[in-house]
Design a protein around this ligand. Structure first.
Ligand code: ZN
Length: 151
């Protein structure tokens, strides 16, 4: 058995997912994915890395499109963590010197860092449309990044 999660994570640091937004986001998710096994929200004190699991593919530089090797990325993940969690420090890319945080990198499939988000387990709805993403953004009040996690 494998499970799929669709996550909408807050893409702007400092935005808070309060209880009204949580309820509205869950009820909207339920309306577009009525057969999901579970729909929930989460919030953490520190940034969580939401990964795409088995959908993990390539990582590239948003500036020049150069490939970013997995071992470089692992090193950067290790060095980005402090006692307070991920710091998302901007660092120069080996390909072209442009500076990005781990959250800025181009992940195929998307992944990212957030203190909170909404997720649906086995929603069976494929990918969210632009309209559905826009709806989440208006409910939550900031940009969201949609992550498809396959376990
Ligand atoms: Zn580059």
């Amino acid at each position: 058995m494998s499970d799929d999660y669709v996550h909408s994570i807050l893409d702007e640091l400092g935005t808070v997912l309060d209880s009204d937004k949580r309820e509205a986001a869950i009820s909207y998710f339920r309306s577009i994915a009525p057969r999901a096994d579970e729909i929930s929200t989460w919030s953490m004190e520190t940034l969580e890395f939401i990964l795409c699991g088995a959908n993990f593919g390539t990582i590239t530089c948003p500036s020049c499109g150069g490939a970013f090797a997995a071992d470089c990325w692992n090193d950067r993940m290790d060095s980005d963590v402090s006692e307070a969690g991920f710091t998302l420090t901007r660092r120069a890319m080996p390909c072209c010197g442009a500076e990005f945080t781990l959250h800025d990198l181009a992940y195929e499939w998307p992944q990212g860092f957030a203190p909170s988000g909404v997720r649906a387990m086995n929603p069976n709805i494929g990918k969210l449309s632009d309209e559905q993403r826009a709806r989440f953004e208006s409910i939550i009040g900031c940009r969201v990044r949609v992550i498809y996690e396959h376990l």
